[in-house]
Design a binder for this molecule. Structure first.
Ligand SMILES: [Mn+2]
Length: 431
């Protein structure tokens, strides 16, 4: 398999760190053994973890105010795939890429498939975009897309989503994520119930076009760009719509798309209980939809979400396979470094959730031993599983310290020469 980074450079980097890692791993192994946990099992589990990369995340995202692009950013979808290949090579935790159309529309999908498979990458769910107008587009989405009053606008938005399914099919994707910014900025702007009725009518047309083995993910978001009433604002609306549409429609939870202090792990539990939890867009936020790096603000929340997922896995076994994707905007960091660190943070929560003694937790809950129930979770969360994550990477051929290894390769500096800025480079917005 081709590598973007020379394999020898990764091996050289790992050789320098292996001895210290072995010592840290042995020390953690003894701590876990005293708790009756087998570090080897946890490492094997860590090696199974996978989260999809957003193609739009490898470029600087920017905010509503400005965008300050970095050097050597990808200018088209093939260069985005190249950066994704670096992230996967150094972490072995990101084997798929989620594309966004029309940003990633290519005249040569065969070349994309070939590059991806040569670098061990596959294609995750595809994302449609009816939240901005494209050049030469007939109808405008200024007053909505799937919910618009005008039939011609709705038809254009539906046709775009169906085209996304076709583009995804050609690449081996198995799902379509639909997020719309539709809503109202003023009371009275539109009929609240009418907008949702039109949304459902449009979504039914898209649903009909889903291949048999595809899922449709409904992504809700509290606000922005509609600041008064967003049509799909919350998990309740998302759940009701997924139910209306049918078994191939599921709900997608983007961590940043909630009001501050919302109990997101409880939303996860509810959606899982009723069979509608489809997947996640991981990121973090302090105020609104900040799209900060996963686990950078509230790592305990991320852990508690994975604790709920571990509970579901215990009940339903391997049948439960939610889709995991990072969805972040990188404004002041190198996007490759942020995505590698974030993939590892999500993987960290995944491994920490496996440390929870579920039998003990159930017993404490049964006996109303509140303190020890809470401490059972806290003990797992406080355990530094970094040596497990690093060992999983070393054994999978990735880098023990991905950011340090990446910096040592000089990849970004090289791209700054190879990728001079060009007009009309593809977008890297956020959703
Ligand atoms: Mn999202």
């Amino acid at each position: 398999m081709d590598k973007v980074i020379d394999h020898g450079q990764v091996a050289e980097h790992n050789a320098k760190l292996q001895q210290n890692l072995d010592a840290d791993y042995a020390a953690l192994g003894s701590i876990l053994a005293r708790r009756g946990q087998d570090i080897e099992q946890l490492t094997a589990k860590a090696q199974t973890f996978a989260v999809a990369l957003p193609s739009w995340g490898v470029g600087t995202g920017g905010t509503r105010f400005a965008r300050f692009p970095g050097k050597g950013e990808p200018r088209d979808v093939m260069e985005k795939l190249e950066d994704c290949a670096v992230i996967h090579q150094l972490t072995q935790a990101t084997p798929t890429v989620s594309l966004h159309f029309p940003w990633d529309k290519s005249s040569d999908p065969a070349a994309m498939r070939e590059f991806a498979s040569k670098h061990g990458l596959g294609f995750d769910t595809v994302n449609s975009n009816t939240f901005q107008d494209q050049a030469n587009q007939e109808q405008t989405y200024k007053f909505g897309s799937l919910t618009a009053n005008a039939k011609a606008v709705r038809e254009q938005a539906v046709a775009h989503n169906i085209e996304c399914i076709e583009l995804g099919r050609a690449l081996g994707s198995k799902g379509l994520t639909v997020w719309v910014g539709d809503g109202a900025n003023f009371p009275g702007q539109h009929n609240l119930r009418g907008a949702l009725e039109r949304y459902l009518d449009s979504m039914r047309d898209i649903y009909k076009a889903l291949p048999a083995d595809w899922l449709m993910y409904i992504e809700h978001k509290l606000f922005e760009p509609a600041f008064y009433a967003t049509t799909i604002a919350d998990w309740g609306t998302s759940y009701a719509c997924a139910n209306e549409l049918g078994p191939k429609a599921k709900c997608l939870v983007d961590l940043g798309h909630h009001a501050p202090n919302t109990n997101i792990e409880m939303i996860v539990a509810r959606l899982a209980q009723f069979g509608k939890l489809g997947g996640f867009h991981f990121n973090d936020s302090k105020y609104g939809d900040d799209d900060l790096d996963s686990g950078s603000i509230n790592p305990f929340q991320l852990f508690l979400i994975f604790n709920e997922l571990a509970d579901v896995a215990q009940r339903d076994g391997d049948a439960f396979k939610p889709s995991y994707m990072l969805d972040q905007s990188h404004n002041v960091t190198d996007p490759i470094e942020s995505l590698m660190s974030s993939a590892i943070e999500v993987q960290r929560s995944f491994v920490q959730s496996a440390l929870v003694d579920r039998k003990a937790l159930s017993a404490y809950q049964e006996n109303n031993d509140v303190l020890l129930a809470a401490q059972t979770l806290k003990q797992a969360f406080r355990t530094d599983v970094s040596p497990i994550l690093a060992m999983a990477r070393a054994r999978s051929g990735a880098a023990i310290d991905p950011v340090a290894c990446y910096r040592a390769t000089g990849y970004r500096e090289k791209q700054a020469t190879l990728r001079p800025p060009k007009a009309g480079a593809s977008g890297s917005g956020i959703v």
